[in-house]
Design a protein around this ligand. Structure first.
Ligand SMILES: Nc1ncnc2c1ncn2[C@@H]1O[C@H](COP(=O)(O)OP(=O)(O)O)[C@@H](O)[C@H]1O
Ligand SMILES: [Mg+2]
Length: 332
């Protein structure tokens, strides 16, 4: 995004805030408008929150919140449109003009930020960064730990060591091996190299078996149809969405089990995937509404990846039956 538009937005937000403060002062001073004052002050507080959110994070939900809070404010301001309130009217009309311009600008920025080219750029940059971190961990701490186990072996080979020291060294080696396993899992999660070497299904099996070992939660995978190569980018997208949905199930729903279905449909030329947990479920609409404030990325990035792959994504959740994430991407 061009820096000048951000600067301009910041400038306008500042002007808008100072007009609001002025308005609040006038309202507070007019004793006989007490009843309407509460209404206006609460609208202004709503709007203030929206503006804070808008300047920090720009998602479609923020834009929606902004629009409805702004409407509320305008209707509250309407109550004040008495001819005798000259000063107030002046501030109000300035507010309206500034508000319109801000939301137009926010709208333009949202369009830029939500454009596929930009989303694709963000996701690619994220994958590049993950690759870099995984390489650094692989070449740094993972190598160091591996060489530590060899050095412990060397110590253990020495004769005449007191038994307590031998026990301590053995325990130390166990601990190092456990840490090495954890680190290898981080490396895998950051960038499953197997995806490039072996393809989607073997990588998925590797992920699921690690997941089961680590968490004790059974994950069942069913596939249907002739497996087709989707292209490197799409395979990565499919893997990432399954990874996020499965991790979400574990992290948020306390499930008894997780089921994953993959259907390679040659007739429709689609790969359809369903990830289903039998956990506590959640209110999808409410979560989406609050998403901008929660600073979460999982659901959005799943949707974006599927959309950029040319497919469709849905998530349905119910406190009685758990959560079902489904999506499809084109084959070939
Ligand atoms: N399978 C699930 N079961 C229950 N709640 C879920 C599930 N998936 C997502 N959620 C809810 O949706 C929220 C947003 O998910 P996400 O965007 O992945 O963020 P994060 O995993 O970082 O919290 C979660 O914080 C959680 O409350
Ligand atoms: Mg998540």
């Amino acid at each position: 995004m061009p820096e000048s538009s951000l600067d301009a937005l910041a400038h306008e937000l500042e002007a808008f805030r100072s007009s609001m403060q002025q308005l609040q002062k006038i309202v507070a001073e007019s004793q006989n408008k007490q009843a309407r004052q509460g209404d206006l002050v609460s609208s202004l507080a709503d709007l203030e929150n929206v503006l804070i959110a808008a300047s920090a994070t720009m998602t479609p939900h923020v834009s929606e919140m902004a629009r409805s809070a702004f409407k509320k404010l305008q209707s509250s301001l309407g109550v004040y449109s008495q001819p005798e309130d000259h000063e107030l009217l002046q501030v109000c009309s300035r507010l309206s003009v500034q508000g319109d311009s801000i939301f137009k600008r926010v709208g333009t920025m949202l369009r830029i930020m939500n454009s596929p080219a930009n989303a694709n750029g963000i996701i690619l940059a994220q994958e590049e960064e993950r690759k870099r971190i995984s390489r650094e961990i692989h070449d740094g701490p993972a190598q160091t730990l591996a060489s530590l186990t060899m050095r412990i072996d060397y110590c253990l080979e020495q004769t005449g060591l007191p038994t307590p020291l031998v026990d301590e060294l053995k325990e130390l080696k166990e601990t190092v091996i456990r840490s090495l396993k954890d680190i290898r899992r981080f490396i895998f999660d950051l960038r499953p190299m197997a995806l490039d070497d072996l393809g989607l299904l073997p990588t998925l099996e590797q992920f699921i078996s690690g997941f089961k070992n680590r968490t004790g939660v059974p994950v069942y995978v069913d596939t249907d149809g002739e497996h087709e190569f989707l292209g490197a980018e799409r395979e990565l997208a499919v893997f990432r969405v399954i990874q996020e949905a499965t991790n979400n199930a574990l992290k948020h729903s306390n499930p008894v089990s997780v089921h994953i279905f993959l259907k390679f449909d040659a007739r429709k030329q689609r790969l359809s995937v369903v990830i289903k947990d039998d956990g506590c479920g959640f209110d999808v609409a409410e979560t989406r509404r609050k998403y901008g404030n929660l600073k979460k990325l999982g659901l959005i990035s799943m949707e974006e990846r599927v959309r950029l792959s040319g497919g469709e994504f849905t998530i349905v959740s119910d406190s009685g039956t758990g959560t079902v994430v489904s999506f499809w991407v084109p084959l070939g």
